[in-house]
Ligand binder design. Structure first.
Ligand SMILES: [Zn+2]
Ligand SMILES: [Zn+2]
Length: 107
């Protein structure tokens, strides 16, 4: 099993969008704005689709922390979308909002 796919855009992770954080511990992943959805997502630092519950909890926890920091909306309105439609073989999870319940507050 290859740990890196040369044609995988999540392995390449071009800096075309805003990057929020790069984690090394307890494992490598990056939080950045998704190119296609314009919403923050966490991308696993290695090329695999399956992750453990613990790993998912760390990544979604980091996204929740980011949402807090950005004051995106009421935390209850956030949910994590890890149905990987476009790139099914490299784990990533989107931070999404329930639009009808959430108003972005700009200070
Ligand atoms: Zn990949
Ligand atoms: Zn996306």
């Amino acid at each position: 099993m290859a740990d890196h796919a040369s044609d995988c855009e999540l392995c390449a992770l071009a800096r075309t969008t805003r990057w929020y954080a790069q984690y090394r511990e307890p494992f490598a992943f990056t939080i950045l704005d998704c190119d296609s959805c314009d919403t923050p997502m966490a991308v696993l630092g290695e090329h695999r689709a399956a992750i453990s519950e613990e790993e998912r909890a760390v990544m979604t926890g980091a996204l929740r922390h980011l949402a807090d920091a950005l004051a995106m909306c009421d935390p209850d309105d956030l949910w994590f979308d890890d149905k990987m439609r476009q790139i099914p073989d490299h784990y990533h999870v989107h931070l999404r909002r329930r639009p009808s319940w959430c108003r972005t507050v700009k200070s």
